[in-house]
Ligand binder design. Structure first.
Ligand SMILES: C[S@@+](CC[C@H](N)C(=O)[O-])C[C@H]1O[C@@H](n2cnc3c(N)ncnc32)[C@H](O)[C@@H]1O
Length: 192
């Protein structure tokens, strides 16, 4: 059985598990390994923290995050085939502290989790040319709906809840910005 060596997981190590379109989408749609490692380290501030990736794609954030940290990572993903691919890679590398749920994020009970990662997942609704594919409904009304629900779900979390956002200018209500990288793409938040 292969296993990831946490220190050496690179974008290529991960992307090499896919071919064709999924691999080509990597640079645009899946978080870079260096970003994942920084974000996951902030979110797992003690062993056992339960992290939710809101829109998990092929599982890059969850699998690398889980391989490098003592938290438990769950990805929620609306495209079933991406969930199945993520499961396959997690199994291949024997990463056991991770799972993927095929559903819409609107269906998820956030109180089951301690910390959250959000890579601008709803953007394809307002920029369809940038969409992963056309297998799901995409429109501006859904962008508003998903964003409003995400805002409310995160607002209901207790003080101290950690969140990392990557790209996008949406700001989580009730959260304080703790730290950001130079270009503001990667932002670290804590519930006030
Ligand atoms: C930019 S990709 C990020 C993938 C992953 N978080 C990462 O960093 O590698 C966003 C993903 O969110 C998913 N997504 C978008 N809206 C969603 C929703 N309402 N519920 C569940 N998944 C959603 C998309 O299908 C896509 O795979």
């Amino acid at each position: 059985m292969d296993s990831f060596s946490p220190l050496f997981i690179s974008d290529k190590d991960f992307d090499d598990n896919f071919s064709g379109e999924i691999e080509r989408q990597s640079a645009r749609h899946w978080a870079p390994a260096a970003i994942v490692k920084r974000a996951a380290k902030f979110l797992v501030d003690k062993p056992g923290v339960k992290v939710l990736d809101i829109g998990s794609g092929v599982g890059k954030f969850c699998i690398i995050g889980a391989a490098c940290n003592e938290g438990f990572f769950t990805g929620v993903e609306q495209r079933e085939y991406l969930c199945l691919l993520a499961d396959r890679v997690a199994r291949k590398f024997n990463v056991t502290n991770v799972k993927f749920i095929h559903t819409n994020v609107t269906e998820v009970d956030f109180s089951q989790y301690d910390a959250f990662f959000f890579y601008n997942a709803f953007y394809e609704n307002i920029e369809p040319d940038d969409a992963i594919d056309t297998s799901v409904d995409l429109n501006a009304r859904l962008y508003e709906l998903y964003t409003a629900q995400l805002t409310e779900k995160l607002l209901a979390m207790p003080k101290g809840t950690r969140l990392v956002t990557y790209w996008g200018d949406w700001e989580p209500r009730g959260y304080n910005l703790v730290y950001t990288n130079g270009n503001d793409a990667l932002r670290f938040w804590e519930r006030g």
